[in-house]
Design a protein around this ligand. Structure first.
Ligand SMILES: Nc1nc2c(ncn2[C@@H]2O[C@H](COP(=O)(O)OP(=O)(O)OP(=O)(O)O)[C@@H](O)[C@H]2O)c(=O)[nH]1
Ligand SMILES: [Zn+2]
Length: 351
């Protein structure tokens, strides 16, 4: 840990505050979380730290514990202890894998979520929509990055397809992650003091892109098995890296089991909701009901069957997560029912 801490140093790691803590406390950013403790960066050095006892109490919402990207107040010592987590600017979370519902913070204080997909066999618009739904409500701006531009002849068609599908204004960049000139277009999201998190399935090219941005061979990359485009899982923990551009980049592990939290609005599919408003029945199941506007749009080709299927899948999953969230909140409040955030729409007939 360095001696004198300056605001200037903290700006380099993305801090936006204006007053240093008193009481001999220091500020640092969580760059990685291990089983054995936290790895922090104070703008000069990296060092290990332990959470103070109150973070370990049973029953504490895991979201209140320090997470990667957090700015924390640290009491120097051997080892240093994390005493408090500063208010978060943005929070990226997902539902944790497993039976019980649990919201897991992936990263905090993130300005941009770089959603990376390879243009090789990995290319999958539905997965991109899933990632974008995950960024909803996080406060961070999603940016779609298609890597392996050199591996696909009809890349322009893929980009055009996405432009139609994704909300207007969503940045989409096709790049070759191995080529610094091609990657330069991402500088807009990695300006000094900005923080970006890289998400994408294993083999998408996260480590490759990170290396090119760093200009070094810092992350281990693995060869992809060519028959299914999936790489071996090589990233072992979340890490926050300072880039030569002045920005900070967080590299997350594979994120295979990506679950919605149940709090999403699925804004990406607002057009489908708008369509459904025109169904004759307010509780239309969009199956064989007469006057179903969705079926009509599917028939006319205005709505593609593939997008409709993906919407239904995400909606069901969101509903399932929302129910789990509700029952958990009810347990916490001693059995009293809580107001649902995403209940079924009204079931009146609209005629
Ligand atoms: N041709 C080409 N190959 C790429 C590109 N980006 C990544 N690759 C290759 O794709 C394979 C997987 O890339 P990685 O960077 O290891 O993928 P990753 O997303 O970090 O994978 P995990 O660590 O498993 O999450 C490697 O063989 C890379 O060399 C690209 O833009 N063009
Ligand atoms: Zn309908």
């Amino acid at each position: 840990m360095s001696d004198a801490q300056t605001i200037e140093q903290l700006r380099h790691i993305g801090w936006r505050g204006d007053a240093l803590p008193a009481d001999g406390r220091r500020l640092a950013r969580v760059v990685a979380q291990h089983r054995a403790g936290y790895e922090l960066h104070d703008g000069v050095d990296t060092f290990g730290a332990q959470p103070a006892g109150h973070f370990l109490k049973r029953g504490l919402d895991p979201a209140e514990r320090p997470a990667v990207g957090d700015f924390v107040e640290v009491e120097p010592g051997k080892p240093p202890h994390i005493l408090a987590v500063q208010a978060r600017r943005t929070v990226l979370s997902r539902a944790a894998a497993g039976e019980r519902y649990e919201r897991q913070v992936i990263a905090t204080n993130i300005d941009y979520v770089l959603v990376l997909t390879g243009l090789d066999g990995d290319f999958n618009p539905a997965r991109i929509e899933r990632y974008l739904s995950l960024t909803e409500g996080s406060g961070a701006q999603p940016v779609v990055i298609l890597s392996k531009l050199d591996q696909r002849e009809d890349a322009e068609a893929c980009v055009a397809d996405l432009r139609v599908r994704l909300p207007v204004g969503t940045p989409i960049h096709a790049i070759n992650g191995k080529d610094p000139a091609s990657v330069a277009v991402l500088a807009a999201y990695l300006k000094p003091g900005d923080s970006a998190v890289l998400v994408g399935s294993s083999g998408a090219g996260k480590s490759t892109l990170t290396n090119t941005l760093l200009g070094t061979e810092r992350m281990a990359t693995s060869a992809v098995r060519s028959h299914d485009s999936r790489g071996r899982h090589t990233t072992t923990h979340r890490a926050l890296l300072q880039l030569p551009s002045g920005g900070c980049l967080i590299d997350t592990p594979g994120m295979r089991e990506l679950k919605l939290t149940g709090e999403e609005n699925l804004d990406l599919f607002a057009d489908i909701d708008a369509l459904a408003e025109n169904c004759r029945f307010a509780d239309c199941g969009h199956g064989s009901e007469p006057g179903c506007a969705v079926q009509e749009a599917l028939h006319d080709g205005e709505l593609s069957a593939e997008r409709w299927r993906n919407y239904l899948k995400l909606r069901d999953e969101r509903e399932e997560q929302a129910n789990m969230l509700e029952s958990r909140l009810r347990r916490q409040r001693g059995g009293r029912p809580v107001v649902k955030t995403h209940g079924p729409r009204g079931s009146r007939e609209r005629e």
